[in-house]
Design a protein around this ligand. Structure first.
Ligand code: PMV
Length: 314
């Protein structure tokens, strides 16, 4: 039996992936750029040569449809490795579920890395990232550390290392509930029903290119401004299809961040397929800002995260 353990970290997109290119390989329709987060991690062990495929998630065995994407990733690895051996997958997040951070990104990044090594594949990080992408496109970015870009049809790649610029992310947790609509379903509905989806597909790459340049220039105010703009454009296209991830608290927080900015505070907002708001700021302002955001009615917790490293075998 061959057991391999990998760790990976969640990421938050500064420029957003929303929408899939036609085809089966889960290729994003638009480019995205994310920050891999320090301190929060998924730890996954893959053991090859057991009696049957098994998944244990946070200490509980998972069965049925919930295992489909995990088995599909194992199958993709087995095809490449020329193996038919079953595997057990044991995975643990050290950050709370409903923390507002997509555990699919760190989960599938850790799984792709552990599984490819456990089945003896000698592929590079880009190929492992491509395997992860088929399960969850945001997971392709979590293979790498720092500022990471995912361009349609290409493997994810590092744009800049974790210490490249002074940036911290504050995750305002607004609910403990699981999200009602998965990002996959939300993207499909947006493509099918939003009159603004076409505009999103042309605008997102343009804003992404500007944001990428602002990251390379270490220009935090410009990065924040563009990140806020692209997240609102993504949600606007989704809204128009009836896909609403915002809650009342998300909206309150957006207004709060705008008021702070009017007072000269360097804070910019972004949100993903859920009601939690993520605030982009500098390390020097992070502690004061986190305490301030916690006072907004409906905010349960504020998690702080700096840019961190990519997935690794332990
Ligand atoms: O890869 P998924 O299915 O978790 O989708 C991620 C979508 C967003 O979080 C909204 C944006 C992004 O680029 O991470």
């Amino acid at each position: 039996m061959n057991a391999v353990t990998a760790v990976a970290h969640p990421n938050i997109a500064l420029s957003k992936y929303w929408g899939k290119a036609p085809g089966l390989q889960n290729v994003p329709a638009v480019p995205s750029l994310s920050v891999t987060l320090l301190g929060l991690q998924t730890r996954t062990t893959v053991e090859v040569g057991v009696a049957r495929d098994r998944l244990v998630l946070n200490g509980t065995e998972v069965e049925g449809a919930a295992t489909a994407r995990v088995i599909a990733l194992l199958d993709a690895v087995r095809v490449r490795a020329g193996s038919t051996l079953p595997a057990s997958v044991t995975t643990q997040n050290d950050f709370p579920t409903a923390s507002g951070l997509a555990s699919s990104a760190s989960g599938f990044a850790a799984l792709a890395l552990a599984a490819s090594r456990a089945y003896g594949l000698d592929c590079d990080a880009g190929e492992v990232s491509n395997l992860a992408r088929v399960a969850s496109a945001s997971a392709a970015r979590s293979l790498f550390g720092g500022f990471v870009e995912l361009v349609p049809g290409e493997a994810a790649r590092v744009v800049a290392p974790p210490d490249h610029m002074d940036l911290e992310l504050l995750v305002c947790v607004t609910t403990e509930a699981e999200k009602e609509l998965s990002s996959r379903d939300g993207m499909n509905l947006t493509r099918e029903a939003s009159p603004y989806y076409g505009t999103w597909l042309t605008e997102a790459p343009r804003i992404h290119a500007e944001l990428r340049a602002a990251v390379l220039a270490k220009d935090l105010p410009r990065v924040g401004e563009l990140a806020e703009k692209i997240a609102l454009a993504m949600h606007a296209s989704a809204f128009a299809a009836g896909v609403i991830y915002f809650s009342g608290v998300t909206t309150l927080l957006y207004q709060h961040v705008r008021r702070l900015r009017a007072r000269g505070v360097g804070a910019w907002a972004t949100a993903d397929a859920g009601p939690h708001l993520k605030v982009i700021t500098s390390a020097k302002d992070a502690a004061t800002l986190a305490a301030d955001l916690l006072q907004v009615p409906g905010v349960l917790r504020v998690l702080r995260a700096k840019p961190g490293k990519g997935a690794s075998i332990i």
